[in-house]
Design a protein around this ligand. Structure first.
Ligand code: NAD
Ligand code: TYD
Length: 380
């Protein structure tokens, strides 16, 4: 095998897509997934990939110094890709401290283990000497740049101005990664991406939540007036960007990864409704996945209730960032990356995946999800 990767958070949405992407694209790599399996992690997602030789799973917390060091001792990692995080803004508003612990201290703990195991001594000035061909990659977010007005784009030099506990914790993590690069000459890269969508997305985030609610005939909660803008990136395009940065990116560099796909939330919701309606119209077999209670009782197959009247405008998120939009010119110019999946194609692929994988949705929402949903949406 050429390389062994430590992929943290590999049982979550983007991490799992990344594990699958890497195993498919590279035959001579090994991956060790470290994941605490919080509510957002699901071992079933990567179970088919755990073949014992190319990919193995370790359940554990990135904040656990002994565990992480043990993994570094056991495996000859040449790369750490840190996806592990508390990732949901709404949850960060309810419980900020957990975000600070996982996202900041967890990242620092991984960096510390890398420094211990990847350095071989010190140079004349006292800087650690790093083994060749090792890399710590931090998966970050465009939310570190704060909120845009109606115009403009985030570039890598846009000042950091996070506004939510989640984005503040991710910004702090970026800063500690960069501090290790400056202070200890650690070989690091950072990618800051926009909102991902695609298979295996936990249904607390906008798109999978809307899909789930439509199939259950529930109301679709749109925060505020639905005019907030996000820049949607198909998850596989994101995985490809990270792979390119790992292969050809330069140590110490930050790369923005965006989909050129700006949409208002209300547009996303309406497009999702229209796409589900069309897919169910064209392929009546898909109607078997409908879980609307009244339908199940009556045996009805009519789907005309799948329309915009399902939308309900609810109390806005506190401190809701108005607009995110990424300028990915740097990664395009330096590494030749562009987002390949336009939104109209990506949303159909995503919805079809959910229609075909309802067992996965049932599995990941079998735990505390119902309590979460009732608490989060009851007072909106
Ligand atoms: P996710 O919430 O779906 O998955 C996070 C994973 O991390 C889960 O498997 C969870 O079990 C694991 N985890 C959480 N705490 C842990 C801990 N202490 N130790 C070990 N594992 C732990 O998140 P995601 O959407 O896949 O996001 C992955 C990364 O990408 C995160 O760092 C996030 O900040 C970043 N990001 C996500 C998006 C997006 O649109 N989803 C956009 C920009 C950046
Ligand atoms: P989300 O998927 O939580 O991602 P992020 O907050 O990281 O951008 O939310 C995407 C957008 O959708 C955001 O503007 C908030 C909005 N939103 C709703 O309108 N309703 C919902 O139920 C959720 C979860 C999000």
């Amino acid at each position: 095998m050429d390389k062994t990767y430590l992929v943290t958070g590999g049982a979550g949405f983007i991490g799992a897509n990344f594990v699958k992407y890497m195993l498919r694209e590279h035959s001579r790599i090994r991956i060790v997934v470290l994941d605490a399996l919080t509510y957002a992690g699901n071992l079933g997602t990567i179970l088919p990939d755990l073949d014992g030789s190319r990919c193995q799973f370790v359940k554990g917390d990135i904040c656990d110094a002994e565990l992480v060091e043990g993994l570094f001792r056991e495996h000859d990692f040449s790369c750490v890709v840190n996806f592990a995080a508390e990732s949901h803004v709404d949850r960060s508003i309810e419980n900020p401290q957990l975000f600070l612990k996982t996202n900041i201290l967890g990242t620092q703990n991984l960096l510390d283990a890398a420094k211990k195991h990847w350095t071989t001594g010190k140079d004349a000035k006292g800087y650690p000497l790093w083994k060749p061909n090792v890399r710590f990659h931090q998966v970050s977010t465009d939310e570190v740049y704060g909120s845009l007005g109606a115009t403009g784009y985030f570039t890598e030099t846009t000042p950091l101005a996070p506004r939510s506990p989640y984005s503040a914790s991710k910004t702090s993590a970026d800063l500690i990664v960069i501090a290790y690069a400056e202070t200890y000459k650690a070989p690091v890269t950072v990618t800051r991406c926009s909102n991902n969508y695609g298979p295996y997305h936990f249904p607390e985030k906008l798109i999978p939540l809307i899909i789930k609610n439509i199939l259950e005939g529930k109301k679709l909660p749109v925060y505020g007036d639905g005019s907030n803008v996000r820049d949607w990136l198909y998850v596989e395009d994101h995985c490809k960007a990270i792979d390119l940065v790992l292969q050809n990116g330069h140590n110490g560099e930050i790369y923005n990864v965006g989909g050129h796909n700006e949409k208002q939330n209300i547009e996303i919701v309406k497009l999702t409704i229209a796409t589900i309606y069309r897919l169910l119209k064209e392929n009546p077999a898909y109607r078997n996945v409908l879980k609307k209670k009244e339908l199940l009782a009556s045996g009805e197959i009519d789907i005309d209730w799948i329309n915009d009247s399902l939308i309900t405008f609810v109390t806005d998120r506190l401190g809701h960032d108005l607009r995110y939009a990424i300028d990915p010119a740097k990664i395009t110019a330096e590494l030749g990356w562009t987002p390949e999946t336009d939104f109209e194609t990506g949303i159909v692929k995503t919805i079809e995946w959910y229609l075909n994988n309802q067992a996965w949705v049932d599995d990941v929402t079998s735990g505390d999800y119902v309590n979460y949903y009732n608490q989060m949406y009851a007072n909106r």
